[in-house]
Design a protein around this ligand. Structure first.
Ligand SMILES: *[C@@H]1O[C@H](CO)[C@@H](O)[C@H](O)[C@H]1NC(C)=O
Ligand SMILES: *[C@@H]1O[C@H](CO)[C@@H](O)[C@H](O)[C@H]1NC(C)=O
Length: 388
């Protein structure tokens, strides 16, 4: 019987390999489907969405270089980054503000450039260090272009912040205002019990997991590592970012617990708020906490793996999830295009790859070696003892 880890690797490859190979073969912009139905105006952005979101999920696995599949894929991923950021390439992607009708479509490149920066922060050797010098120059130039796009007053603030955190950690010039505004605002927007508002207001959806907490965590981590040297910068102390770090740590613990307890034995879970078409990407925080060994003590690694495996199995069933050319469809279970927000394209769907972060843990880690364990849902509904 194939191991659970092999099941995860197959699921990850099924999602991201077609995207990375197609870009590297210079066919992606021609072959990737135009947006379905009512989600028009997104075609300019969809390619960078698919690339960036694919990479942010598998980055730790590529960085680990333990599995032959990851060894084979890393150069393809670098090739895709090189072409996507080369203005002379057929695969050059959109990093500037667009001229579509909808303002959100115009500003979308900021989102996906930020997610690309996030991916590169998660694989500093494989997706950054090993890029050729000229490619690095093009990547930095592409990220600079997004400085012309103003983020909305919500989780988008972190898109500007993470790009600057990437610049900071690699010793590039930083726009301090774009770095710090999002962090200052997220100190204000904390609501309690591990929840941030999406902006100043509470929003009942998975954005704490899709974006807010994972970006805060990786931004704050990046600010402690400048050009490979561990230190805490002066502005970190001045801005009281240590307090924000404490809140993020509480939030991730609370959300990991919540997300693990959501998963029904059949892999379904509550469908809450906008962007549920990101499928099991809803579990981003649980996956990140497992990767960083930050799960709360009552969620054992094997329990987290059991819950995540079920959610992956339920939402990425290969027989209904991909179209006949192997691209992710818009939907939660199979193709359900009307579930999507107006700004979502098929490329946006690759946010689901965020669930694959624990593949960055070696096969010898308890996350993989723990036996299958009853999840909190199972224990509680059987009348057994469990913390929640
Ligand atoms: C694009 O091609 C032109 C002409 O070959 C060259 O001068 C320029 O440096 C190239 N730009 C980049 C960013 O590689
Ligand atoms: C996925 O779900 C199917 C159908 O319920 C089940 O037979 C299979 O064992 C599951 N796979 C994993 C890895 O849990």
């Amino acid at each position: 019987m194939p191991s659970v880890r092999a099941f995860w690797i197959n699921a990850a490859l099924l999602m991201v390999k077609p995207v990375l190979h197609s870009i590297c073969n210079e066919k992606f912009k021609q072959d990737f489907p135009s947006t379905e139905l009512r989600n028009s105006g997104t075609d300019r952005n969809t390619h960078l969405e698919a690339l960036a979101r694919s990479l942010q999920g598998v980055a730790p696995w590529l960085e680990l270089q333990e599995d032959p599949e990851a060894v084979a894929l890393a150069p393809i991923a670098r090739c895709a980054i090189a072409l996507a950021t080369d203005p002379n390439s057929t695969q050059y992607m959109a990093f500037t503000r667009g001229s579509q009708v909808e303002d959100a479509h115009q500003r979308q490149p900021l989102v996906d450039a930020a997610i690309l920066a996030h991916a590169m922060l998660r694989a500093p050797r494989q997706l950054w260090g090993k890029l050729e010098r000229g490619v690095k120059r093009n990547v930095i130039a592409a990220l600079h272009l997004t400085r012309g796009i103003k983020p909305y007053m919500n989780n988008w603030q972190l898109f500007a912040s993470i790009i600057e955190a990437f610049m900071y950690s690699h010793g590039e010039q930083v726009q301090e205002d774009r770095l710090l505004t999002g962090l200052r605002l997220h100190k204000e927007w904390y609501l309690g019990d591990g929840w941030w508002g999406d902006g100043p207001e509470f929003a009942h959806n998975f954005y704490n997991s899709y974006v807010i907490q994972p970006m805060l965590y990786d931004i704050l981590t990046a600010l402690h590592h400048r050009q490979g040297v561990e230190s805490t910068p002066q502005f970190f102390i001045q801005e009281g970012l240590g307090e924000l770090e404490t809140l993020v740590s509480e939030g991730m613990s609370r959300w990991s617990s919540l997300l693990e307890s959501f998963v029904h034995p059949d892999g379904s879970y509550p469908v809450i708020g906008r962007s549920v078409v990101y499928r099991c990407g809803a579990f981003h925080v649980l996956s990140l906490a497992a990767l960083k060994h930050l799960l709360p003590s009552h969620v054992l690694p094997g329990q987290a793996r059991t819950a995540l495996t079920r959610a992956i199995n339920r939402t990425l069933d290969a027989s209904v999830t991909y179209d006949r050319n192997g691209w992710l469809t818009i939907g939660l279970i199979g193709s359900q295009p009307h579930l999507a927000q107006f700004y979502s394209s098929q490329g946006s769907m690759y946010q689901a790859a965020a669930v694959f972060l624990p593949l960055g843990l070696a096969a010898s880690d308890p996350f993989w070696t723990d036996p299958q364990m009853p999840t909190t849902w199972e224990k509680l509904w059987r009348g057994e003892q469990a913390a929640s």
